[in-house]
Ligand binder design. Structure first.
Ligand code: ADP
Ligand code: MG
Length: 536
């Protein structure tokens, strides 16, 4: 930096280009990235496991979210750092593919990076570390295949699925009610599952909630619940065996799209206009009646006039039904979505066995429950909870459990939780590492150590001495060579996860290993972070 004067004698400062730059390259850049990623991972560590803590996150507009779900925490944290964002993406991809294990994957990636840093300090090349990790990841996933167990289930015997879902729910707000909640999720998934193709379309499961009531009141509706009521208070509250018309056109006279002006200067003209409008409404309602519809579901609103006419014609109607619900209703009732009154014909109507308007004790709000649709495949989980924050968190927890049940339908293999699978994989990787003579040996050992991060965090969060608990399990797993031993988070007196019923899907565990290794390799390969204003 130097001081200079211009031709008028005014002083100005010259800053040399190099001094402004804080850009780092090479190994320094790798280390800086690792640091950023690790600090994101550290935030999640305390949220892992059945005794994990929740985070309270405040959005810029003051909304508060309380959650234990890794993906949600990271998404709301608004991580600014580019490398930190990779961790956010990591958690998101786990959420997308698997739905559960979003905290675990980030904790694992953080530990992998932590150990990579030590290897860098030893002078090992980042690429060799990446290669070693890759080899170790392969050994670990192969080990998962060795220790996995198959849980056979059928539509009648849902117990195995319920047990795995209970593990997922045990770390959530609904932990207290994990059995009924897990049963609800499994029943919902099996109701829409295609067991032959081993596929579940999660769009058919709707999780709907209403503030108020108790968590215990959450129930599964074999049909659809929509947060609407009949458009007129005097319409019947309960309908049986009705033909349903689904309309995406409003009960309103058409509005010309061009600018127009109507001059009304006499009473006659005004009356003519009113009659014309009325004629539109009468015509629309008549068309619905003519098609044979006994219930009209409308995406848009109606004019009061139309509402009145519908009531008089004994044609119950629901208005302002959202697009997603419209599609779901169409799928369930078998109705065609009709965009114009002229196109409404009898063959486009759907059918519903029962449409009820139900109220809930504590709130005035009423909702419509539509059941007995011919295409029974859509179901709704109707959640109750004391306030919006709890309700949202219950919904997120149920989403995790639903995803786990779906994964089990896809592939019914499970491994044992509570860090048992990680310890077993760690031991397998250590064994394999001893056979590797190259530098990768160190990286593989580091991978094995990093796998311990999950049991360590679980023990720490449950108030157990982490190192002692881990070594005890490791020792027993080695001696007894059984991969069921994990951290006894709930202090039940046994480390046998089979007895405790702590299971996780193999799909989820493998995905965690893959994704964490992948992101780690990616970060290790970045040796220069270039921002738009800085490149040369
Ligand atoms: P994630 O978002 O990764 O699913 P969770 O907070 O749900 O994080 O914690 C999952 C971890 O907790 C898994 O490693 C699982 O094995 C472990 N876990 C869940 N329930 C128990 C339990 N009862 N005892 C021991 N470990 C458990
Ligand atoms: Mg979980």
């Amino acid at each position: 930096m130097s001081l200079a004067f211009d031709e008028y004698g005014r002083p100005f400062i010259i800053i040399r280009e190099q001094e402004r730059k804080s850009r780092v390259k090479g190994i320094e850049a790798v280390k800086a990235s690792i640091m950023a990623a690790k600090s994101v991972a550290r935030t999640l560590r305390s949220s892992l496991g059945p005794k994990g803590m929740d985070k309270m996150l405040q959005s810029p507009d003051g909304d508060v979210t309380i959650t234990n779900d890794g993906a949600t925490i990271l998404e709301m944290m608004e991580v600014e750092n580019q490398i930190g964002k990779l961790m956010v993406e990591l958690s998101k991809s786990q959420d997308h593919e698997i739905g559960d294990g979003t905290t675990g994957v980030v904790v694992l990636a953080g530990a992998l990076l932590d150990h990579a840093e030590a290897l860098l300090d030893m002078g090992m090349h980042p690429l060799r570390i990446a290669e070693g990790y890759e080899m170790a990841c392969k050994v670990a996933t192969e080990n998962l295949d060795k220790i996995k167990t198959r849980f056979d289930f059928s539509k009648e015997d849902i117990e195995p699925l319920v047990k795995v879902c209970m593990t997922t729910l045990s770390s959530k707000v609904v932990g207290r009610l994990k059995r009924p909640m897990a049963e609800i999720c499994v029943k919902a998934v099996l109701a829409v599952a295609d067991l032959e193709r081993r596929d579940v379309n999660l769009d058919l499961i709707k999780v709907e909630g209403k503030v108020g009531g108790k968590m215990e009141d959450t129930r599964l509706v074999e049909g659809i619940v929509i947060d609407k009521e009949f458009s007129h208070p005097q319409m019947p509250k309960q309908l049986k065996d009705v033909k349903v018309a689904i309309l995406t056109c409003p009960f309103e006279p058409p509005k010309p799209k061009t600018k127009h002006k109507v001059d009304i200067d006499t009473v006659e003209k005004f009356e003519a206009l009113r009659d014309a409008e009325k004629a539109y409404f009468t015509d629309m309602v008549q068309r619905c009646k003519d098609s044979g519809a006994e219930l009209v579901i409308c995406q848009w609103g109606f004019d009061d006039e139309a509402n009145h006419l519908l009531m008089h014609q004994n044609l119950p109607a629901v208005r302002w039904v959202g697009g997603v619900e419209i599609e779901l209703l169409a799928m369930a009732t078998g109705a065609r979505i009709v965009p114009r009154f002229q196109e409404l014909t009898a063959d486009k109507l759907g059918f519903a066995g029962s449409v009820k308007e139900v109220g809930f004790g504590t709130t005035k709000d009423r909702m419509l429950v539509i059941e007995g649709c011919p295409n029974l495949k859509a179901v709704t989980i109707f959640v109750r909870g004391g306030n919006r924050m709890v309700l949202d968190e219950i919904k997120r927890s149920l989403h995790d459990a639903i995803c786990v049940a779906r994964n089990l339908v896809r592939d019914n293999a499970i491994v044992y939780g509570g860090g048992a699978a990680e310890v077993s994989c760690g031991l397998a990787v250590e064994e394999a590492a001893d056979k590797v003579t190259g530098v990768e040996h160190y990286a593989m050992r580091a991978f094995a150590d990093a796998l311990s991060a999950v049991p360590l965090a679980l023990a720490e969060n449950s108030g157990l001495p982490p190192i002692e608990s881990l070594t005890a399990i490791k020792k027993r797993q080695l001696e007894e060579s059984n991969p069921y031993l994990g951290i006894d988070c709930n202090d039940t007196g046994t480390n046998d996860m089979r007895e405790q019923g702590v299971f996780e899907t193999v799909l989820g565990k493998k995905q965690q290993l893959f994704l964490a290794t992948q992101v780690c390799k990616m970060i290790l390969k970045i040796d220069d972070v270039i921002k738009p204003s800085e490149f040369d």
